[in-house]
Design a protein around this ligand. Structure first.
Ligand code: AMP
Length: 395
């Protein structure tokens, strides 16, 4: 795996695919700069070596050229975070872009206009990729958030840099950290899979059954398993057509010696509302008209116990409807147990959409080993898929 550490960028123009698809407010100001911060180590390495940076990214989903999605809006934020005044060019290919690149001096940074102004970016057009490639000497992919897309700038472009392409430090660390769970996790390895639906997590579960010792199933998806086993789940979330699949998973887990931990009890509510009447009941005897929206005390204790005896832990998907304070305790307790396990030497990875949001919301981001930056990309890695943006660098 070639990374920026394998290159000296002195007098080189590094063409870096970053993920600057950041949220903007109505005044077009950056409201969350996490993704810009995440690209900083790669940019700094190039500059410190004595090179220059050409940054390329997408922003939003423009249909053609649309100033609302111009990367010019984020130029100042990037300058402030990197500590170097960034020059913006209102094109990413063509004469104007080439001229701006020609003027780029050592130590300078150029930010190209939104790649998705050109439909060729998403369609993975080879000539568009070639034109982009002509701008730089070395290609760095540091855009984990789009690594699962076979777009011109994320994958197709790599073929024009047979000897001079590598992973940026963010993308490299995402790969290294996923592999710590998926390839060589210290045992016992535990996966906590929660969230709303079995259907969206099924491929992950099937893939990780070969890699884990314990599988904790929480969140709304647990009720499909409980119902399939004959439990009464009231009005809880369920995917009736996935009940057979749920039973098949439990069989597969047994055959592979994976211990599955389903919730024992749950916090039920009369309505999907923070202010609804609530009570705790066994997971398999939820009265009609009530729905399970969080783990109960026994469930929370069981999950914490499993987490605390594990050496490698993946957290993907919340235990309850954590967005509402009344139903946040189950997810918060998992975060607390993850922090304790991490402090005791376990490796803990939080990856995929809502669990990342939960860990950040409860301020546990610094207390776990690694929080992934890519939602869809991380899910596909956990599903065992080869991401085009990663494969293109490896080839
Ligand atoms: P996912 O995107 O599949 O990881 O699902 C995350 C969502 O699942 C969050 O928005 C949670 O509010 C929701 N969720 C977790 N537990 C439950 C539950 N028991 N019933 C309904 N939704 C839930």
């Amino acid at each position: 795996m070639k990374t920026i550490a394998d290159f000296n960028f002195q007098n080189k123009k590094a063409l870096i695919r970053v993920d600057f698809n950041v949220p903007l407010n109505e005044e077009q100001q950056v409201t969350d700069a996490t993704r810009i911060e995440a690209a900083k180590p790669t940019i700094i390495k190039v500059l410190e070596d004595g090179g220059s940076c050409i940054l390329m990214s997408h922003l939003g989903r423009p249909k053609g050229r649309d100033s609302q999605f111009s990367l010019s809006h984020i130029c100042e934020a990037v300058s402030e975070i990197i500590g170097v005044q960034v020059t913006f060019v209102s094109e990413c290919v063509g004469e104007k872009a080439r001229e701006a690149v020609a003027q780029l001096q050592t130590g300078e940074i150029l930010l190209l206009e939104n790649l998705r102004y050109h439909p060729e970016e998403k369609s993975g057009d080879k000539s568009f990729a070639k034109e982009l490639a002509s701008l730089g000497d070395i290609y760095i992919n540091d855009a984990f958030g789009t690594a699962h897309r076979a777009h011109a700038s994320t994958a197709v472009i790599a073929q024009f840099f047979p000897e001079s392409k590598c992973f940026g430090s963010l993308l490299a660390s995402e790969i290294v950290n996923v592999n710590k769970v998926m390839s060589h996790g210290e045992k016992p390895v535990t996966a906590i899979i929660g969230g709303a639906k079995v259907s969206s997590k099924i491929t992950i579960i099937e893939n990780i059954l070969d890699k884990v010792d314990h599988l904790i199933i929480g969140g709304g998806m647990a009720f499909t398993f409980v119902k399939a086993q004959g439990g009464s789940i009231g009005n809880s979330l369920v995917e009736d057509d996935k009940q057979e699949l749920a039973l098949a998973i439990l069989e597969q887990a047994k055959a592979k010696n994976v211990e599955v931990h389903l919730p024992l009890d749950c916090l039920i509510a009369e309505a999907f509302s923070n202010d609804a009447a609530t009570k705790v009941c066994p997971i398999n005897s939820i009265p009609d008209g009530w729905m399970g929206l969080d783990g109960g005390t026994q469930t929370r204790e069981l999950f914490a116990e499993v987490i605390l005896k594990s050496k490698t832990i993946l957290f993907n998907g919340p235990i309850g409807v954590f967005e509402m304070p009344t139903f946040a305790q189950g997810t918060m307790d998992v975060c607390t147990a993850l922090a304790q396990a991490t402090a005791a030497g376990a490796f803990t990875l939080v990856g995929g959409g809502d669990s990342v949001a939960a860990v950040k919301q409860f301020n546990f981001g610094e207390k776990v080993s690694y929080v992934s930056t890519g939602g869809g990309a991380m899910l596909e890695m956990l599903e065992g898929k080869t991401l085009p943006g990663i494969a293109a660098i490896m080839e």
